[in-house]
Design a protein around this ligand. Structure first.
Ligand code: SAM
Length: 232
């Protein structure tokens, strides 16, 4: 059975997509999408041998080898123009790594900029929002969910005509998430607020001067208080 997190990701993949799932590990996500009939074809990319072998094993055992092509390679380099990939999923990694994969893909031409992106960063979401909005992508959906006491965000982006800019609150909290605040969202940001307050406290009592870091944290703390906890 697919995790709640990957089930949520799967819902955002377009019907009949040609999917490239990058960092696919066991290829659970493409296998689920093909087995449920939502998509017909997928590429599962892996750059580490262990997970690559797991993906191959699962695809063969599920008799999906004619529909899911498991390829060994770094990031988007596993995508070929003749694949006509429509959707790319990159899940379960840090936002910085996902951003670097996208940016290397853009520079090398593996990413055409016409793909729908379904991203699930474990941390570092603002870095991704910044990359997307400065590379002609529009954030069309965001989701936040909790599974096994971990909180995950999903960011879905589609090609846009031009670059868009978000407010600092939107980069930090998510333009869609902050306007539709759920209990999980508030739980995450209560944690993040306390975390930032603790670090500020430590920096203030440290011997060295950390003014720049402190200013940055204070800004974020104020944004969180204003946008999420102004009523409490
Ligand atoms: N996407 C799956 C999920 O969300 O459950 C697996 C997540 S797993 C934590 C991250 C996977 O990404 C690992 O299997 C790792 O080998 C792979 N990975 C990391 N960097 C990669 C890269 N540059 N290209 C392809 N795969 C990568």
């Amino acid at each position: 059975k697919l995790s709640k997190r990957l089930t949520a990701v799967a819902r955002h993949v377009s019907p009949h997509a040609v999917l490239a799932d990058i960092g696919s590990d066991h290829a659970y996500l493409p296998a689920h999408l093909v087995l449920t009939g939502k998509i017909e074809r997928a590429i599962a990319g892996e750059v580490v041998d262990g997970p690559y072998q797991s993906a191959k094993k699962l695809v063969t055992a599920s008799r999906l080898a004619d529909k899911i092509d498991v390829r060994f390679g770094d990031g988007l380099e596993v995508i070929r123009p003749e694949d006509n990939v429509t959707d790319i999923t990159i899940c379960g990694m840090g936002g910085k790594l996902i951003r670097d994969i996208l940016d290397r893909g853009r520079i090398s031409g593996w990413l055409t900029g016409q793909e729908r992106l379904v991203l699930q960063p474990n941390v570092g979401e603002p870095l991704l929002r910044t990359w997307l909005t400065t590379h002609r992508y529009r954030i069309v959906h965001e989701e936040i969910l909790e599974e096994d006491r971990k909180i995950y965000e999903i960011i879905v982006a589609e090609p846009a005509q031009e670059n868009l800019s978000l407010t600092s609150a939107e980069y930090l909290l998510g333009p869609i998430l902050m306007n539709n605040q759920t209990e999980v969202f508030r739980k995450k940001w209560l944690r993040e607020l306390h975390h930032r307050e603790n670090i500020s406290e430590q920096l203030r009592s440290a011997a060295a001067n950390h003014q720049d870091k402190l200013d940055h944290l204070t800004k974020e703390i104020n944004v969180i208080k204003e946008v999420v906890f102004s009523d409490t």
